[in-house]
Design a protein around this ligand. Structure first.
Ligand SMILES: [Zn+2]
Length: 439
């Protein structure tokens, strides 16, 4: 697309008080103008955005693509198409594939595959330890040289403190972000839900919040000592927020993320042993959920990331203790956050844009895609009047392990542009959605 005018949309800006009604002109892949009114000649196509939101393209810094190794659950192609479907225009892939991404060669393999198969930019993390075994360091320098933008053993903690110290000292030399999946295995082993009233009632083994809090405290102390840049994955417990806040106040370059499911659900929602509410870390108490939202609004929590974790229906149909941890999230993140938090005015569009678009990009050293003159045209058109039914026909992911399956969520991702290329357009077909009759 050479030149297109997006007319009269509510433009969402990071941390701005409220979206503003603007015309947005896109020219040669960039935003050429954002103004209350832009005049164009008759030859320029116009997309009517009346009553819709224009949102900066989202960036998900926690995605499990499963390729190589478990292409029955997801591939790089289906995973990135799922991202597009959810309004996400850039992702960071986690390295816990089979084999794991623990060498420069594996990093190159993923990035080459992405160039062939993906319509959005794909970045990858490399492992902290060889084979994610937690015993010796992976080839960190080689992975960085080939393009890795983070190291993490996500899926498992780095339990050996001496290995973690060495990884942090190494990562500091490259100013590389090191990700922490914070869990003390001796405390969490065997658990499947949050330890507390709900685990006792359901008769399921619990994972205590202390497992996460102790691990975060230890990892942040080592980061402070080695002066490493540390990022805490999927924070779930209220105590964790207080620990992170304290270290931030002391000036440690620590960042962290929260998932949409930890902001929306709590352990009380697991009434019928629904394995699509089984994830690690587990859903905590309602008080924790409320504190996570506060932490996100205050800025103690920097980012929203989905922890998109595809699993086959066969595996998720096992009993609650045997089923694997994790749910998919790329396609429902924005819709569910809109339905449960934005529409109910508990979270602002501006805060969503900073936590789910500009902050993760800044942390990884990428250019933010705010809807401003001169920036790359990466944004989505969101229609709050429509609803989206989350069914097999809607999902582009190979897996459908989501608690929203079969449900309607408010809003619809109507159009997505990446560098000015329209990669998704529902403004014409109207498939999969019903008009909201209650309005
Ligand atoms: Zn993890």
């Amino acid at each position: 697309m050479g030149r297109v005018l997006f007319q009269r949309g509510w433009v969402v800006t990071e941390d701005a008080r409220a979206p503003e009604l603007r015309d947005v002109l896109v020219e040669n892949g960039r935003i050429a103008g954002v103004d209350p009114h832009i005049e164009v000649d008759a030859a320029t196509p116009v997309i009517d955005c009346n009553e819709k939101f224009l949102v900066p393209g989202l960036f998900d810094m926690h995605v499990h693509l499963r390729e190589p190794g478990r292409e029955d659950k997801e591939t790089l192609e289906t995973g990135t198409e799922a991202a597009v479907n959810g309004g996400i225009t850039g992702i960071l892939a986690m390295p816990n594939t089979e084999p794991a991404i623990d060498t420069g060669g594996m990093v190159r393999f993923v990035l080459n595959l992405a160039r062939e198969r993906s319509r959005i930019p794909v970045y990858t993390a490399g492992c902290v330890s060889r084979g994610r075994a937690g015993r010796e360091l992976a080839e960190i320098g080689d992975m960085v040289e080939k393009g890795a933008v983070m190291i993490t053993d996500d899926g498992d903690p780095v339990s050996d403190a001496r290995l973690l110290r060495r990884a942090m000292e190494y990562s500091r030399n490259f100013k590389l972000l090191i990700g922490s999946h914070a869990e003390v295995r001796e405390l969490s082993e065997g658990g499947v839900v949050n330890e507390g009233a709900v685990s006792y009632k359901l008769g399921l083994p619990g994972i205590p919040s202390a497992s996460e809090e102790i691990a975060i405290d230890r990892d942040l102390r080592i980061a402070q000592w080695t002066r490493a840049r540390i990022h805490i994955h999927h924070v779930s417990a209220s105590g964790s927020i207080e620990i992170i806040r304290r270290f931030k106040q002391q000036g440690l370059p620590v960042s962290c993320e929260v998932t949409p499911h930890h902001l929306i659900f709590c352990d009380k929602d697991i009434v019928d042993y629904n394995t699509n509410l089984k994830m690690n870390p587990p859903l905590r108490r309602d008080e924790d959920r409320a504190r996570l939202l506060e932490g996100l609004k205050e800025g103690v929590i920097d980012c929203i990331a989905t922890d998109h974790a595809p699993h086959t229906t066969y595996e998720k149909n096992e009993d609650y203790c045997s089923a694997p941890f994790g749910i998919i999230g790329l396609e429902t993140a924005l819709l569910s956050l809109y339905t449960h938090l934005i529409k109910t005015e508990r979270l602002s569009w501006g805060r969503l844009a900073s936590a789910f678009s500009s902050n993760p990009r800044k942390l990884l050293g990428l250019d933010p895609v705010s809807i401003r003159r001169g920036n790359r045209a990466d944004f989505l058109v969101f229609d709050p009047q429509k609803k989206t039914r989350v069914d097999r026909a809607f999902l582009k992911s190979k897996s459908c392990n989501t608690p929203f399956l079969g449900k309607d969520l408010d809003g619809s991702v109507e159009l997505v542009t990446v560098s000015g290329q329209i990669v998704l357009d529902r403004t014409k077909d109207g498939r999969n959605r019903v008009t909201c009759s209650s309005k």
